[in-house]
Design a protein around this ligand. Structure first.
Ligand SMILES: [Zn+2]
Length: 469
């Protein structure tokens, strides 16, 4: 929203020379390539598969989930990306009663410097009508989630033309409507391959701007994020009660990052409405499976949902149209939401990973912030905010000079490649009254999201402290 940190803008101007574009300019430029018309063509193609229900035909060349997943993979392959289908045979009551192959179409754009640092954009390709088990009726799924799938493919089309230090993964997931199956399959794949997932940006219902009650909003997109990290369970919760962190999961910091990115780049044309809960009230999405695996994840969704136009049989009742058809969509709006995704992916794949800060300072008038050096980070920024404040305060901190001093002349102690610990002492800052965070900044001026120095705040999957040692 409006009260935001301007830190990255300052860094950008410090890092950029007169000729080269700032990081904000660079990602805005790339995002400017998003085409509403091309996205409409993608959704039209997806609707053309009749139904994309997870239990529909896997072999029919024209209709059903199999044909649509093969098409999505083919589109990404045609861009020169490495593609694969991540599959599993799933039986999951009540919505997948018999063993069913569930496959995601996935493309991997390997990073040039840090291929193991991965940012993942997802949407779900499967669709449904009123009865979640009905796999024969036409289920166009234009907005839910042809829109998210179109965002994945559009991001691939644009970003595959550029090179990034980190890896970007594009995925059209299946099985969402039957129980987040595709999300789990890809999260498990990421875990099994040891990916360091910086963020999963999940796009589910991002292409309409008016509700059935006539309320419209085409200026904002909602970003849903969990506050207290779910992964870690009782043990983490006990630590959070003692040390804080209810509002500081890495996903919450991704949400803050997206809000700030949109704010600094008006050409993206979209404002972020941060929703501080994991998903819509009582509802779900694939990002939750990434969270379960320990990876930061947020959900993008429209500002105003139209419940007549999702999960409905196509029909007209008492003059009211029901069904998720393409004529209900707002493609210029979808393009703007996609621009934010593209800018965020380009940014996150360019920035170093966030550090893993911790703080000390109980029964002391000072606070010590510590973290280990992150490979390829040029310098770090230290943030604090009052515990009841929504955004990080603008650096530099009044009592800290580390980041400022590093920004000015990049002396050897800031730029040396050593992997040793970094420490900053904040004089006369009481640890009780603040939340602290640290970000890392690349040589080009791309700043990572801020990682909170609280239990569960690190962007890595949570592990018990005793197992860490
Ligand atoms: Zn959906």
């Amino acid at each position: 929203m409006k009260k935001l940190l301007l830190a990255s803008a300052a860094i950008a101007s410090a890092a950029a020379t007169a000729q080269s574009p700032t990081p904000d300019q660079r990602v805005s430029q790339i995002a400017g390539e998003v085409s509403a018309e091309r996205m409409k063509a993608t959704v039209t193609k997806l609707v053309g598969f009749g139904t994309r229900h997870t239990l529909s035909s896997q072999t029919d060349p024209k209709r059903g989930i199999g044909a649509s997943v093969r098409w999505a993979e083919g589109e990404m392959k045609a861009l020169g990306l490495d593609t694969l289908q991540t599959c599993d045979t799933v039986t999951k009551l009540p919505r997948i009663p018999t063993p069913t192959k569930v496959c995601n179409a996935v493309a991997i754009q390997r990073g040039t410097e840090r291929p193991n640092d991965v940012v993942i954009i997802t949407g779900h390709i499967d669709s449904r009508v009123s009865d979640p088990m009905d796999f024969t009726k036409d289920a166009p799924g234009a907005n839910d989630d042809g829109s998210g799938t179109a965002a994945v493919l559009e991001a691939a089309r644009i970003l595959s033309k550029h090179k990034f230090p980190g890896t970007i993964v594009y995925a059209a997931l299946s099985g969402e409507e039957q129980g987040l199956n595709g999300g789990k399959i890809l999260a498990d794949y990421a875990k099994a391959h040891g990916w360091n997932v910086i963020a999963n940006l999940n796009n589910d219902i991002i292409g309409n701007s008016c509700g059935s009650d006539g309320v419209c909003n085409d200026k904002q997109v909602r970003i849903f994020s969990e506050g207290l990290r779910w992964q870690g369970g009782d043990e983490l919760r006990a630590q959070v009660r003692s040390l804080g962190g209810e509002n500081d999961s890495p996903s919450r910091n991704i949400s803050r990052f997206l809000d700030a990115l949109a704010e600094r780049n008006p050409s993206l044309g979209i404002d972020v409405m941060q929703i501080w809960r994991n998903d819509r009230f009582g509802r779900g999405g694939d990002h939750t499976e990434f969270l379960n695996a320990g990876f930061p994840a947020v959900r993008f969704s429209v500002a105003v949902e139209n419940y007549n136009w999702q999960h409905q049989d196509l029909r007209v009742e008492k003059g009211v149209e029901y069904g998720d058809t393409i004529d209900k969509m707002d493609f210029p709006y979808l393009a703007r939401v996609t621009k934010l995704n593209v800018a965020a992916l380009a940014w996150l794949a360019s920035a170093p990973p966030p550090p893993e800060p911790t703080v000390e300072g109980a029964v002391s008038t000072d606070t010590k912030v510590k973290w280990d050096h992150v490979r390829r980070a040029r310098f770090y920024l230290i943030y604090k905010r009052p515990t009841d404040s929504s955004q990080w305060a603008k650096p530099p901190l009044p009592s800290i000079t580390y980041a400022e001093h590093c920004m000015k002349d990049a002396p050897p102690e800031c730029t040396a490649g050593g992997m040793g610990p970094r420490t900053a002492t904040l004089d006369h800052v009481r640890v009780d009254d603040w939340v602290f965070g640290v970000s890392s900044v690349s040589w080009e001026g791309f700043e990572s999201p801020v990682a909170s120095a609280v239990p569960g705040g690190a962007f890595k999957p949570w592990v018990k402290p005793e197992e860490k040692k």
